[in-house]
Design a protein around this ligand. Structure first.
Ligand code: CA
Length: 233
């Protein structure tokens, strides 16, 4: 089946150009011209990748990105954010909204298409095999098993979901609130401190066999899955 790319952009001429180039590449294209519509179209069409403009009417691209990341169905969809100026790109990076790539307008169409292709390629294998890997850690989504260095590790259901969330986006720093939204869900009320408790359990389980610490604590910011380990101490 052809992958579906959703374009979220209010500038009609750019949408036409994007659609033309993506269809030429063999993708199915869906579109939304504002943030609210984007959430509806994403629900209905389950895109394989999203091209998202930062400046949108009603809801900003940043907010759309956050909301897509909060929903289980779109949590790991690759997202490329389009920004008008390079300062905006810096801001998007700084905000850490969970986008996979950024392009500054005006951009070259072949380059954008190439980046979409790369993101789709990266996203595919792990979904097909139902496995995520990070360093020597393997998480199998079908059997709900985790191993490190070939040795089975026992995790509680919350720690499993937490680890899966990290492994889908390695290197990204998540605040406690983002983790609560992404792992527990936006409608469930839990104390932010609960996150620390589960992080501690996850760490302990992962380090059972004297493995190096892969969860980085970022002071005043949150946590990330990282091979550099804890730098807050
Ligand atoms: Ca726009």
């Amino acid at each position: 089946m052809k992958p579906t790319v959703m374009i979220v952009e209010d500038e009609a001429s750019l949408v036409t150009m994007l659609r033309y180039n993506l269809e030429k590449e063999g993708y199915l294209v869906t579109e939304a011209s504002d943030g609210e519509e984007a959430m509806t179209v994403a629900d209905e069409t389950r895109p394989d990748a999203v091209i998202l403009d930062w400046m949108l009417p009603r809801m900003s691209g940043i907010e759309v990105c956050r909301q897509l990341r909060r929903k289980a169905e779109t949590r790991s969809v690759p997202i490329i954010i389009l920004t008008a100026r390079s300062e905006e790109t810096d801001k998007v990076r700084g905000l850490n909204v969970g986008a996979d790539d950024y392009m500054t307008k005006p951009f070259s169409m072949p380059e954008l298409v190439a980046r979409v292709r790369a993101l789709l390629r990266r996203a595919k294998p792990s979904q097909q095999k139902g496995q995520l890997t990070f360093s020597d850690i393997v998480l199998d989504m079908d059997s709900h098993r985790v191993s490190r260095g070939g040795q089975y590790i026992h995790l509680g259901p919350t720690e499993f979901r937490l680890l899966q969330y990290f492994m889908e986006r390695p290197g990204t720093v998540f605040s406690r609130e983002e983790l609560l939204n992404g792992v527990w869900g936006p409608d469930i009320y839990v104390e932010p401190r609960t996150v620390d408790v589960h992080i501690r359990r996850l760490r302990k389980a992962l380090n059972t066999n004297n493995g190096s610490d892969v969860i980085r604590t970022v002071r005043a910011a949150g946590y990330a899955l990282d091979s550099t380990g804890d730098q807050a101490a």
